[in-house]
Design a protein around this ligand. Structure first.
Ligand code: AMP
Length: 632
């Protein structure tokens, strides 16, 4: 055990020596010549001159020592499937998938888009891409055709890997029709689509474009596809995320820095040990799924559970039964899931033997105190560790790092800045650093961002600089777009976003994207979407719209009908995750005299709070109307 303060200080003050040490956790074909090149801020290049491969570090390197140890444990309570792949078997499956991609001409630098449910083949696909040096872009299966189309267009993949369907709560969710629509909508067309046919939803393959995975796999049972050694700075993947503007951003990750960051996080943040089992309940469509369902645990030589299903089916004890069965050591979930479990019989928490479990990590959204207390008591005092991070960072920014030094958690706080992160709270107006205790500021990170963080936005360096580094006056610092305070002990508390991003059940959504989708309904003239506090999901989207033609909206039934239509538009374009909880029809929206939407005021009254200073408001009646509608 060390001293966390010293460990952190060294990561900042003696940066290169610190990370050079951690680089030894990774196998390199060619050792790095320079640890960090920050000659062109804010672009950081990590482990320059080094050559490695993410798949090699996640799979191949373990074959010597742990070929017959479980690597990937696929559990679907939707299809009643459980299958364990050893490292040897995973290695074989990944090579088969890689051979299929090679047949389609996929080479280093090509993009491959993965639109898949939570099945083992999704893991094979991701690992096969990085094995070849191809850049994967996983799109969350809950996104619908419009969201998918924008991502296909931006990533311009040579190949898409998908499946006939997912399943949720026993209900089949077809993927293929959404994918076909998305390809139609997109200006870019993939040359081939590889379809994993789970036989859940019948579909007609597109002749000349769609290939059947099982047929292709059968041709490559003995495939030997060596890892392509790539430069440390070679992109491993892009992952799209929402921001203030409508167009999602492709967060681009490198190879070497990401591998080192994850390798170091396993012992220091998660205390995961080779041979142990990691169970992350996220989805491969999110950053947490990339880092801690797939890459982190495998790099760390652990077995990882990939789970398709709900936390409460067949009952609310399912996850704990998996902890018992697979002797899970480290579990990672989201506060929303725990709030769902909180509604179940508490006896389910004590029904199973959870003695293997060391800690439960929770991330993606604020962890409220009642939920934290409930789970902490239910798990009999096991460590409950709140993690704060973003798609952009790839691994946590704030956490307790028990692997470095045991430290107590504080309810409502994700802990301290992790090693490598030079976190500063700054005044949003002046850019001045706030060093006093309990001062509210924007949480920023001074460059260079540590290994594993985004390199840039895919295809748009200028947007990367403008979006993240130019928002704080007089300073080149990375903005997280989160408000925070730090207490006298250095523990941070996150207070919400500074931009128009909302967080629904841990899913990050841009209100502008939802507004654009709603506006495409022929009878919507204007709309404002805000995030409103919700007991279960943390936040939900709520929409206030002005109809173009109000003549038919004379009664509640007509308004409900239009509301239903608008929700369907969002469902079909963006997916159910983005569907607003309510769409209210109003005659005007509160704006400033210069015509700027007063979202903060709308959000405040929608949550029953005081809207604050309204001196710049043009038409106070508009806000009054919203207040009355929400109250009713
Ligand atoms: P995403 O990129 O989807 O992971 O969303 C990142 C955003 O989620 C952050 O900028 C925060 O607003 C929020 N977030 C993530 N983790 C936490 C946490 N532990 N506590 C509070 N907010 C969080």
């Amino acid at each position: 055990m060390g001293n966390f303060a010293d460990f952190h200080a060294r990561s900042i003050n003696d940066r290169d020596a610190f990370w050079a040490e951690h680089a030894k956790r990774v196998e390199w074909k060619v050792q790095p010549k320079q640890i960090c090149d920050y000659s062109n801020p804010p672009f950081a290049k990590w482990f320059v001159g080094g050559e490695t491969n993410l798949c090699h570090n996640a799979v191949d390197r373990h074959l010597a020592e742990r070929a017959d140890q479980p690597a990937l444990i696929f559990v679907s309570t939707e299809t009643d499937t459980e299958k364990t792949y050893t490292y040897r078997e995973l290695h074989a499956e990944v090579q088969r998938m890689a051979a299929i991609l090679q047949d389609q001409g996929v080479v280093k630098g090509d993009r491959v888009l993965i639109y898949m449910p939570m099945i083992a083949e999704a893991a094979f696909a991701m690992l096969a891409c990085v094995r070849l040096g191809a850049i994967h872009s996983v799109v969350f299966g809950g996104f619908a055709s419009h969201s998918l189309a924008t991502r296909i267009e931006d990533a311009s993949p040579k190949v898409i890997i998908s499946a006939d369907a997912g399943s949720r709560g026993g209900k089949v969710v077809p993927y293929k029709p959404l994918l076909d629509d998305a390809i139609k909508l997109s200006a870019h067309k993939p040359a081939k689509v590889i379809m994993v046919d789970r036989q859940l939803a019948a579909f007609t393959p597109v002749a000349g474009r769609d290939l059947d995975y099982a047929t292709e796999r059968a041709k490559h049972m003995d495939a030997v596809v060596p890892c392509e050694w790539v430069e440390s700075t070679h992109p491993s993947y892009t992952l799209y995320t929402s921001g203030t503007t409508g167009k999602p951003k492709g967060v681009q990750r490198d190879t070497g820095g990401y591998t080192v960051a994850l390798a170091a996080s396993m012992p220091h943040v998660f205390e995961g040990k080779p041979g142990g089992t990691f169970f992350c309940t996220s989805d491969i469509g999110w950053v947490v799924g990339h880092s801690y369902i797939i890459y982190g645990p495998l790099i760390g030589g652990m077995a990882t559970i990939l789970y398709e299903g709900l936390p409460i089916r067949p009952d609310g004890g399912i996850w704990w039964s998996l902890v018992e069965k697979y002797k899970v050591n480290v579990m990672f979930s989201a506060p929303t899931a725990i709030r769902v479990l909180k509604k179940q019989d508490p006896a389910l928490l004590t029904k199973y033997d959870l003695s293997s479990l060391q800690a439960l990590f929770l991330a993606g959204e604020p962890l409220d105190e009642p939920t934290a207390k409930w789970i902490s008591e239910g798990l009999n005092g096991k460590a409950i560790i709140d993690n704060y991070w973003q798609t952009e960072t790839g691994w946590p920014i704030l956490s307790i790092c028990n692997g470095v030094e045991k430290a107590p958690s504080k309810f409502g706080s994700p802990g301290k800045a992790i090693y490598g992160y030079n976190v500063k709270l700054v005044d949003d107006q002046t850019g001045e650093e706030l060093t006093g205790a309990n001062q509210k500021g924007v949480l920023t990170i001074e460059g260079p961002l540590p290994p594993g963080n985004l390199q840039t936005i895919w295809g748009d360096d200028a947007r990367f600089v403008k979006t993240y580094w130019k928002t704080v006056p007089n300073k080149l610092v990375y903005s997280t777009f989160d408000w925070a305070v730090r207490d006298e002990d250095g523990y941070f508390f996150i207070l919400g976003r500074t931009d128009d991003v909302i967080n629904v059940a841990g899913h990050r959504l841009g209100t502008r994207e939802i507004e654009e989708s709603i506006s495409s309904h022929p009878n919507v003239a204007e709309v404002a979407v805000v995030g409103v506090a919700d007991q279960l999901k943390g936040q939900v989207a709520m929409a206030f719209a002005i109809a173009k033609d109000t003549s038919g909206l004379t009664d509640a039934a007509a308004r409900l009908k239009l509301e239903g239509e608008v929700m369907k538009v969002v469902d079909s374009q963006l997916g159910a995750v983005a569907r607003p909880s309510r769409v209210f029809f109003v005659s005007a929206l509160p704006k400033t005299r210069s015509g700027k939407l007063l979202r903060r005021a709308i959000q405040a009254v929608a949550e029953g709070r005081d809207p604050g200073d309204l001196t710049t408001m043009d038409d106070p009646a508009a806000l009054q109307q919203i207040m009355e509608l929400v109250k009713a």
